[in-house]
Design a protein around this ligand. Structure first.
Ligand code: HMG
Ligand code: MG
Length: 296
């Protein structure tokens, strides 16, 4: 299959780690531009504690401005029932719970261990599914953890399987600190795909060491057809020191089109979105493609 789905995570994963907090109006305009660029899955925000992640404050107002009932999906992160209630009130039709394959990362990120996180997610997923809301499940630290070092592929597979069994339609595999290389990513995918069918997996690769494009290319060979990416290469993770942004959406889109895959993304329109958000943040786009095209 040559069709590849890009899940744009810039307005959430990207902006959550930028020191400059953007207004709801600017975040809304960014999402509008991303939609105009042909992206059909745009992660719009996070219903987490604003004390933990101030950049995501206002996600309820932002989501309520979007047409969540239309052809574009706007998933939001939800860590617990309190978040689910607020997300539903704002019109969410797609949510994502987020766990980890590292005990220490889980505690630093959501203040509980892996087992307890799954216990917290179970009623969130059950209630969401009951209300007709789709649930995605993230697993962080699929290659390594900033605190524990390398993570065994079997541990990733176990957490992915549990989230899938709980009812997540897709498991997004996060190389949170970007230390994965193609061989390591393929070993991890081999273990995970024994538990969760590959059609239900997504790659979520941060580009800290410039390995994300190589990891996506390897994952395509392993059968994955969904990848998360962040316009202009924004972001990182506030609980993973040294993490840089997600792989840039424009770099992934350019590579995929050159390799004969179909993404539905309009590159000039995407570069317009990259230029817009970079200007709002007062920095240059991190992507190679934006530089190659001379984007502002
Ligand atoms: P906690 O302190 O254990 O929770 O935090 P709590 O239930 O004891 O509540 C403490 C306070 O938070 C209370 O407020 C609650 O009302 C409030 P206070 O009484 O102190 O004023 N609270 C909430 N507020 C808003 N929305 C909520 C919510 N829940 C409680 N849903 C909690 C637990 C999960 C809330 C906290 O740890 C948290 O918000 N963590 C956020 C972590 C986060 O957003 N991390 C970044 C996203 S994950 C990521 O980037 C990785 C990923 O990209 C994949 C990859 O790259 O690996 C997905
Ligand atoms: Mg991430």
């Amino acid at each position: 299959m040559r069709q590849v789905t890009l899940v744009e995570v810039g307005p959430r994963d990207g902006l959550q780690n930028e020191s400059r907090e953007l207004s709801i109006d600017i975040r809304h305009e960014l999402i509008r531009k991303l939609a105009a660029a042909g992206l059909k899955d745009i992660e719009a925000g996070a219903f987490v504690s604003p004390k933990w992640v101030p950049q995501m404050a206002g996600s309820a107002e932002l989501l309520s401005r979007l047409d969540t009932g239309g052809s574009i999906r706007y998933p939001v992160l939800v860590p617990n029932l309190k978040g689910l209630e607020a997300a539903m009130a704002a019109g969410a039709r797609d949510i994502a719970v987020f766990g980890a394959a590292s005990e220490t990362f889980s505690r630093k990120n959501i203040n509980c261990g892996i087992e307890e996180s799954l216990e917290r997610f179970a009623p969130v997923i059950r209630e969401a599914l009951g209300a007709g809301i789709r649930v995605r499940g993230y697993v962080s630290c699929v290659a390594a953890c900033p605190y524990e070092g390398d993570i065994a592929p079997g541990t990733v597979a176990e957490v992915a399987d549990k989230l899938f069994q709980l009812g997540c339609h897709q498991i997004s595999l996060g190389d949170t600190i970007g230390t994965g290389t193609p061989g390591r990513i393929l070993a991890m995918l081999d273990a995970v795909s024994r538990m969760v069918p590959v059609a239900h997996l997504a790659g979520h690769y941060h580009d800290t060491y410039g390995m994300a494009i190589a990891n996506i290319r390897a994952s395509l060979d392993a059968g994955l057809r969904t990848f998360d990416a962040s316009v202009a290469g924004l972001g990182g993770c506030p609980y993973a020191r040294g993490a840089s942004g997600n792989v840039a959406t424009e770099d992934v889109a350019w590579m995929l089109e050159r390799e004969g895959f179909v993404t539905g993304v309009d590159l000039p329109a995407l570069l317009d979105a990259a230029g817009f958000v970079s200007q709002a943040l007062g920095r240059e786009p991190a992507s190679k493609v934006a530089r190659a095209f001379g984007a502002p």
